[in-house]
Design a binder for this molecule. Structure first.
Ligand SMILES: Cc1ncc(COP(=O)(O)O)c(C=O)c1O
Length: 378
């Protein structure tokens, strides 16, 4: 199958149980959840609710009804940002955001006249908590931060930012795309009000799944209106979770796959997954350093990053190196801006992009060795 090192985009392979559970559901059940009272539909409801429970407990959250399903974290983030931010509000964000946050904020700047303060990070992607503090204004209505950069891997000081937000009574939204499943997250201890997750990265589930964990009472207006399977004569969206934010038929087959993915993670444990990825990241940092003319961006300490490493090779275009790795050695990495242009301002790579490896739980040291050997033969 070649060497897959693009787990930051989406994880591959998935645990076999994930594929099997989706197949089994589609063949043997296939009914909508929340829509029927016959036995199979009740079973479908049960599977969805069990998944809400698993997600809640993965993040040490005790209210499964406040776990909302979406089709990916882009939808989750749009839902939270558009659902909270009003005309003339101010928002504080990091300088590392993915376009899932950044483009949404820029659109709201045009449409709702919101103002945005981007907290500057240093060239390694470290954010100073005092800089966040200094950005808070009277009309700050939300703070939104990525948990870890998808370009530099740098883990952000979420707990401290959350504490600051609690003190100032400002909702705190965290983009956990690069951490959920591979890094321990505790919404209580880390003062996270709203956690956005995607199912297909380190949660090891199928594409088309994601959601929000809503650990607060701040109002979030729905992005969509429509059927919820109950209260049908009421002409507006119901005002309780999860129905308030889940209009339309859910992706039950995907959610069932996500359920098995989380069961797999729980069996392995997040700690074990985290330790393995951390060890591989340390190894990759050490081995990549030996490649001729390489420039590695971001922290060189594996304690401070997730399994994401960006680099360039002098005198080579990132796209050409990625093409060479793919066509000559069947090694899959990503080249470009990785949908996070602002992070490239920090490392002066906006015009050239970077090569990025995304290490996953199913990678081994051998994969890194093959990458390093191939880069040395460039
Ligand atoms: C930090 C971050 N946020 C958001 C996203 C968007 O994820 P999705 O395509 O699953 O919506 C990504 C994916 O690359 C990401 O890395």
């Amino acid at each position: 199958m070649g060497v897959y090192l693009d787990n930051a985009a989406t994880s591959y392979p998935k645990p076999i149980e994930v594929a099997k559970s989706i197949y089994d559901f589609m063949i043997n059940n296939g009914t909508s959840s929340g829509r029927g009272s016959y036995q199979k539909a009740m079973q479908s409801d049960f599977l969805v609710y069990e998944t809400r429970k698993l997600i809640a407990s993965l993040f040490n959250f005790n209210n499964p009804k406040n776990v909302i399903f979406t089709s990916n974290i882009t939808e989750s983030l749009n839902l939270a940002l558009r659902g909270i931010l009003k005309e003339n509000d101010h928002v504080v964000t990091s300088s590392l955001e993915h376009n899932a946050v950044w483009r949404c904020l820029k659109t709201l700047e045009k449409d709702r006249n919101i103002s945005i303060t981007k907290v500057s990070a240093d060239e390694k992607g470290y954010t100073n908590i005092n800089d966040v503090k200094n950005c808070i204004k009277e009309n700050t209505a939300l703070v939104v931060f990525t948990h870890a950069s998808n370009v530099l891997g740098t883990i952000q000081p979420i707990k401290e930012i959350g504490k600051l937000c609690r003190k100032n009574k400002i909702p705190f939204l965290v983009d956990a795309a690069q951490t959920a499943g591979a890094y321990p997250i505790d919404v209580e201890k880390e003062n996270i009000d709203i956690l956005a997750f995607t199912g297909h990265k380190s949660l090891l589930g199928p594409m088309g799944t994601g959601g929000l964990v809503i650990n607060c009472n701040y109002n979030i207006n729905p992005l969509k209106s429509g059927g919820t399977g109950g209260d049908s004569s009421y002409e507006y969206q119901p005002n309780y979770y999860p129905n308030k934010l889940e209009a339309g038929t859910l992706n039950v087959s995907g959610i069932v796959g996500l359920k098995e993915a989380i069961n797999f993670i729980n069996k392995e444990t997040v700690e074990k997954i985290h330790d393995k990825e951390k060890e591989l990241t340390k190894y990759a940092l050490e081995e990549l350093k030996k490649v001729k003319d390489i420039k590695i961006y971001g922290p060189k300490n594996n304690e401070d990053i997730v399994g994401v490493i960006s680099f360039n090779i002098k005198n080579y275009k990132a796209e050409d190196v990625a093409h060479y790795l793919d066509t000559k050695h069947n090694i899959m990495v990503r080249a470009g801006l990785h949908c996070a242009p602002n992070a490239h301002d920090l490392i002066n790579t906006k015009s050239i992009g970077t090569l990025r490896i995304g290490i996953g739980y199913f990678n081994e040291k051998e994969d890194i060795n093959k990458l390093v050997t191939s880069l040395n033969n460039l």
